[in-house]
Design a binder for this molecule. Sequence first.
Ligand code: DUC
Ligand code: ZN
Ligand code: ZN
Length: 495
Amino acid sequence: MSSDASFDITVRGGRIATDREIRHADIGIRDGVIAAIEEHLPPGREDIAAAGRWVLPGGIDSHVHIEQLSGMGKMSADDFHSGTVSAAFGGTTTIIPFAAQHRGKRIPEVLADYAQRAREKAVIDYGFHLILADPDEEALSQHLPQAIREGITSFKVYMTYDALKLDDHQLLDVLALAGREGALVMVHAENHDMIRWIAQRLLDRGHKAPKFHAVAHDTLAETEASHRAIALARLIDVPVLLVHVAGAETVQLVRSAQKLGGKVYAESCPQYLFLTADDIDAPGMEGAKFCCSPPPRDARSQQAVWDGLKDGTLGLYSSDHAPYRFDESGKLPRGEATTFKEMANGVPGIELRMPLLFSEGVMQGRITINEFVALTATNHARMYGLAHCKGNLAVGLDADLALWNPEREVTVGTAMLHDNVGYTPYEGKRLRGWPELVMSRGRVVVKDNLLQVARGSGRYVARRSPQATLPAAGTAPASRLPALLGLRGKAWPTL
Ligand code: DUC
Ligand code: ZN
Ligand code: ZN
């Protein structure tokens, strides 16, 4: 691209970081797309001064629950407006929420319903994953292939929750279908019967307080189900992604499976870096504010998650934003009498996901700025088929970016956030570094601490096939089953 082209916007003099490099340069933007990145570009119709700022790709948050009915039948507190506004103020420019199928609902209608809600309200771009609760013959043979053609190239399945749980036979059906069609299966891995069994005994003994949520969701329930999900995927040589990894043993499991050559990917979230089960052990019902599944664990697991993010075992860092208010609509359906089994599961985090990792990861020297970019944007784009348009700063990609002031100090408080939750688990935390200007497709979305765009101005992005982000080689012999059973896998494009 020649330097004398005219630009709608020139972002001038910033320090640009991608997942692989750092450079001082200007960015020229035309028609919402990055048209040039060079040391000195001519002025655009608008110039944005970025000296002293990091210019980073806009974040992609690939695990958020927005305007969604949960497995426990709870509607999340954020709709597509408050959810996307909150994301944008935290430096995120693309989200991939879930369109949730509940049993008995037809997939095409579910997808149409979520598409319409988002279209009217979202202020940043979005795709969808499908939560799959009913993988019947019609779903497997028609609706899922159709959804993939429409750009929904990942499905989330649950190994727990009465309303959503799939058995191993069903999981194999979904994995095989995804392998055939070039889609990705995301797994919520917790052993349902272990949790149910412990919870019943706790309740029988009168243990109802929020802190018993963490007892019921024992770390072994996560380890066992994660191991099983990995084994099912490896059995038929299909990629799998474990979402919201919380426990040290699960990180180790994933690392071992990857070393063996398993196409095993994994994600973790802020709550597993910055919270522990001790936070849930708070007076009265206060602990409910920190309850999510799997629950935050202990210092050893926090360190294991940091290590996994650093060494690439955990390639994705998402918020798992699951917003519920601290009242009858969400966390406390029966007020003070609510038991740990009745509280809505989930914590908010869409706005603080990136600032938390920037402050505690980059500014504290735990991860590099390039690792930050990979974990918050680039790896999501590759994993979820968005790399053709998002997740990095390069000519031809959407001009989705954020200007981060690394020196700005912020003390987290509920009032500064833009979600509809009314509390934050990170209240009072002091952070260094903040995204001060956020741009999506060349539109300034957040500037001067104000929203600059209209409701409904975000766009749906049809996603392509996932890309492998791990080397394929391993030491274990490849499974012979796919050939024997005629399971023709569609190879993922590699980088
Ligand atoms: N699973 C999630 O992915 N998010 C919130 C709660 C849950 O169980
Ligand atoms: Zn989950
Ligand atoms: Zn979730």
